[in-house]
Design a protein around this ligand. Structure first.
Ligand SMILES: *[C@@H]1O[C@H](CO)[C@@H](O)[C@H](O)[C@H]1NC(C)=O
Ligand SMILES: *[C@@H]1O[C@H](CO)[C@@H](O)[C@H](O)[C@H]1NC(C)=O
Ligand SMILES: *[C@@H]1O[C@H](CO)[C@@H](O)[C@H](O)[C@H]1NC(C)=O
Ligand SMILES: *[C@@H]1O[C@H](CO)[C@@H](O)[C@H](O)[C@H]1NC(C)=O
Ligand SMILES: *[C@@H]1O[C@H](CO)[C@@H](O)[C@H](O)[C@H]1NC(C)=O
Length: 572
């Protein structure tokens, strides 16, 4: 039976089957059935792998240019500070609303005047106060949304005025293409974004909230003259540059992890991802050979820009509500929850060098136990372990029912909703499938190796021949390392050991720890001369701030978490 129709058939009948307690076994029989391959000259022989085992191959890695893992991780990271500090160059545009009653804050430039045009607001006063110009005092405006505000959210560090990619996506909307040489042209950018969005009733654009009209959909809660520390430097370098304030978004720490800042409610049925290879195929070659930190949207073809803009306009003009009703945000998080800690613990258990054979064997069994715990819901009772000590071709046969159950459990039911899904949801579904497939492929392969090595008490086998536990451990270590770096979930990026109560865990953040752009900060494929960029002066000025801990310059290229003090004197 073709796999797709099998899933449909199974999901239609699943309730009844589940009642009989036979669901998994039936799946096993169905999926595990191996019709002879009539095109094969050796029917019945081991070489005749069925179309089913063909589909559940353990040696099939995701293609180098696949992006399902990146779509999965960036979508799981939306509205969270930590992952978007780590990977600054955003790839997603998501429509959303800021609910009625939400407060927005704005520090004015020294007078009690409500901006007459587009201006920046913040979700937290600790951030906006930084922009209250003054020396010893400043004006601070608090607004409340009087209706749901329609916004577009950009991920990444989309408020960081850098030429290396943080602004690329916004630039496409504002100016029709990424314009890295205009990274500091923020006034024109916000005006252009708001002018574009006016036709579609868009109230603002979010990283900080670029609010298009201070008289539409918001009302003043207060506009007060507040006391600020005296400063011996000029604006914007107020004394509030310390790790407790929201400059450099450290108050984003409050929204560091899932679920992120819940004051912005995103609609994933309208997700636009520049990692969507059907939407922006020109970026596949632009990304080739670059690490994820250097992925950006610069280099996108004009055809792809047109496609992105057509999709964006479709998204912002469509009637509501649309889509399948699936809670994608939660679904992605369930998968992260289910595997993140266990994979991390498994990696930890493997990260040893033990010379004592007994200790080594004990450790291998601990790893096997973790793998089995992770896979328990998929370990079919009917599994028939071949009684030979080799893996090879057998693996794809005896373990493929486990593989397919593991991969399809989270999605087989919702696959039925495909006709209702938007194209963004189909992209999300594919990202979930690609991601779970790779997790299952590697963990089941590891588990099966352990079974064949006699490590698993639940699946005992008779060993024949010598066991090279060191080799198995080495292979396992490599497997889990590759899987975790492919998934690249930011939940694994943390300070080890954890920070003390007077510290916080910190990643290099613009502008404080951004190096001067003369450094190899641009990807080599961009040959523009950036030494004259305003950020050169700006950033240079910033890093002389003595109060903020300076990260080693090379850290910018791949930020590593470090504990910094959150009390004076600041530093590591
Ligand atoms: C992606 O990689 C696969 C396999 O490596 C290759 O066949 C395919 O042409 C690539 N796609 C693009 C658009 O480069
Ligand atoms: C504050 O901004 C307003 C409007 O942009 C401008 O007219 C005024 O000169 C600014 N004041 C200062 C002190 O920069
Ligand atoms: C801020 O005010 C203090 C005290 O009046 C003064 O010494 C200092 O020069 C001022 N700084 C700036 C940048 O104006
Ligand atoms: C492995 O252990 C070493 C030594 O304890 C540690 O420095 C390293 O970070 C660990 N690697 C991983 C991937 O946890
Ligand atoms: C970049 O600009 C600087 C200053 O204008 C100039 O000295 C330098 O030669 C330029 N470099 C390149 C590669 O064009």
């Amino acid at each position: 039976m073709h796999y797709q129709s099998l899933v449909t058939a199974l999901s239609l009948g699943s309730a009844a089957l589940a009642l009989h307690g036979q669901f998994p076994i039936n799946i096993a029989e169905e999926i595990g059935a191996r019709p002879l391959d009539i095109t094969n000259s050796n029917p019945g022989h081991l070489n005749s792998i069925s179309s089913n085992s063909e589909q559940w191959r353990f040696d099939e890695c995701p293609p180098e240019n696949a992006t399902g893992n990146l779509i999965f991780d960036t979508v799981h990271s939306l509205l969270q500070h930590w992952p978007n500090t780590r990977y600054r160059n955003g790839h997603n545009i998501v429509p959303g609303v800021i609910p009625i009653g939400t407060l927005l804050y704005h520090g004015t430039n020294g007078s009690r005047i409500i901006p007459s045009g587009p201006e920046w607001t913040a979700m937290n006063p600790e951030h906006s106060i930084y922009f209250s110009r003054g020396n010893g005092s400043g004006w601070h405006l608090t607004l409340a949304a009087t209706r749901p505000l329609k916004v577009l959210y950009f991920d990444g560090s989309s408020a960081a005025k850098l030429s290396e990619g943080t602004m690329d996506v916004q630039d496409i909307i504002a100016w029709g293409e990424p314009r890295p040489e205009r990274s500091f042209d923020e006034g024109d950018r916000i005006n252009a974004l708001c002018a574009w969005g006016k036709e579609f009733g868009i109230d603002g654009f979010v990283s900080e909230v670029m609010l298009c009209d201070f008289t539409a959909g918001v009302e003043v809660v207060s506009f007060v003259h507040i006391a600020l520390p005296r400063d011996d430097r000029s604006f914007p370098l107020s004394t509030s540059v310390d790790p407790n304030t929201c400059q450099s978004s450290t108050c984003g720490l409050w929204h560091n992890r899932y679920p992120g800042d819940s004051r912005i409610v995103l609609d994933l049925t309208g997700l636009i991802s520049l990692y969507d290879t059907a939407l922006a195929p020109s970026l596949i070659s632009a990304r080739a050979g670059f690490g994820r930190l250097d992925h950006r949207v610069f280099g996108i073809s004009s055809d792809d820009i047109s496609r992105v803009m057509r999709k964006l306009i479709k998204v912002v003009t469509r009637p509501h509500p649309v889509g399948s009703g699936i809670d994608w945000k939660t679904l992605l998080h369930v998968i992260v929850d289910r595997y993140a800690d266990r994979l991390e613990l498994t990696r930890y258990l493997l990260n040893v060098t033990l010379s004592d054979p007994q200790e080594l064997l004990e450790r291998a069994k601990l790893v096997q136990f973790q793998l089995r715990v992770m896979l328990t819901p998929y370990l079919l009772h009917s599994t028939a372990i071949p009684n030979t000590g080799t893996l090879g071709i057998y693996l794809s046969q005896w373990a493929s029912p486990i593989f397919s159950l593991c991969v399809t459990t989270h999605t087989s039911q919702i696959t039925n909703l495909k006709p209702l899904m938007t194209s963004s949801e189909l992209l999300l579904l594919k990202a979930v499938e690609d991601t779970t497939r790779e997790i299952c492929r590697i963990t089941i392969k590891m588990w099966a190796v352990g079974v064949m090595s006699g490590f698993d008490t639940l699946f005992p086998i008779e060993l024949n021949g010598e066991l090279d536990v060191t080799q198995i451990m080495n292979d396992w270590r490599q497997d889990i390392g590759k899987l975790m770096s492919w998934l690249d979930w930011s939940v694994w990026i943390k300070c080890r050991p954890a920070c003390g109560p007077e510290e916080m865990c910190y990643l290099s953040t613009w502008p404080i720890n951004a190096p001067r752009p003369e450094r190899p900060l641009l990807s080599p494929r961009n040959s523009q001369n950036l030494t004259n960029f305003p950020e050169t002066q700006y950033v240079a000025d910033r890093v002389t701030q003595p109060k903020y801990p300076t990260m080693p310059a090379e850290d910018w290229g791949l930020p590593q978490p470090r504990c910094i003090r959150r009390l004076q004197p600041y530093g590591f």
